[in-house]
Design a protein. Structure first.
Length: 270
């Protein structure tokens, strides 16, 4: 019997400018990670959206959304869905990083030949996948309580995508900065939630007196919710083009900041 072993060297895998195999693998890992616990990552936010919709819809069930001919429930549904999108995008990227750091397996994505840009794209794409999936589920869930047929679908899709990038990047930076789950909880409770609840999610900023109305318009989340709501009811409280430019610029800046943190190895390589 021939027992000779082939001693020829194994050819090294060559990558181009982008490691497409590694990028696809990490994106798939990020998406499968939240799908495996769908009851927690998809169903639970859906229940929260429904509860908010039912409570506020019952209390303020009469009348139209201020400045619009659409019912109040229609504007409320759009705001609640956007709130669900951005909060879940944040939770996906932040939890992925902090869990890896706490469990000590961050080496799984630091050791492979993946650049900082590829890591940034993979984590943000995973966050966007969860945010958009939860948002779509939320729209379907509240369809029996409000008219969720978008008046301007492309506008709604643009703001949904930009929101996922912004909060996916914020979650990524938060996960890199945090050393334990309490730190991420602090970011959620003292940054994400206040910005979301005070941005016109449940109400139109047109009903606010000055200077509260102007202050609310400086909230970066306001532009996201206002633009997304315009995509559904055809009415915005502020200039839509300005909001689109500012939101897109913020998404680029935060993505760059996430890339810079990953490239520097800040709190990841110790």
């Amino acid at each position: 019997m021939d027992t000779r072993v082939d001693a020829s060297p194994v050819a090294a895998r060559r990558y181009g400018a982008v490691n497409w195999l590694g990028l696809r693998t990490l994106m798939r890992r990020e998406i499968q990670r939240f799908l495996k616990v769908g009851a927690q990552t998809v169903f639970a936010p859906l229940v929260q959206t429904l509860l908010f919709m039912m409570v506020f819809g019952l209390v303020l069930r009469d009348g139209n959304w201020p400045g619009s001919e659409r019912a109040y429930a229609d504007g409320l549904a759009a705001g609640l869905v956007m709130m669900s999108i951005l909060s879940n995008a944040f939770q996906n990227s932040s939890s992925s990083i902090i869990v890896a750091k706490v469990q000590g397996n961050a080496v799984d994505f630091l050791m492979p030949p993946l650049s900082a840009a590829e890591l940034t794209v993979a984590f943000i794409v995973g966050a966007a996948a969860r945010g958009l999936l939860v948002g779509l589920a939320g729209l379907i869930a509240v369809a029996w309580l409000a008219n969720v047929v978008p008046a301007h679908p492309l506008v709604a899709l643009y703001y949904a995508g930009v929101a996922c990038v912004i909060f996916g990047a914020i979650g990524l930076m938060g996960g890199i900065w945090a050393d334990k789950f309490d730190h991420i909880a602090a970011v959620t409770n003292f940054v994400v939630m206040p910005l979301t609840f005070l941005s016109g999610t449940f109400y139109s900023t047109e009903v606010l007196p000055e200077p509260l109305r102007t202050i609310a318009h400086y909230n970066p989340v306001f532009s996201l919710i206002d633009g997304f709501r315009y995509g559904f009811i055809g009415h915005a409280d502020a200039d839509l083009l300005t909001g689109a430019i500012l939101s897109g610029g913020l998404a680029i800046v935060l993505s760059w900041a996430s890339w810079a943190m990953l490239k520097s190895g800040y709190r990841l390589r110790s």
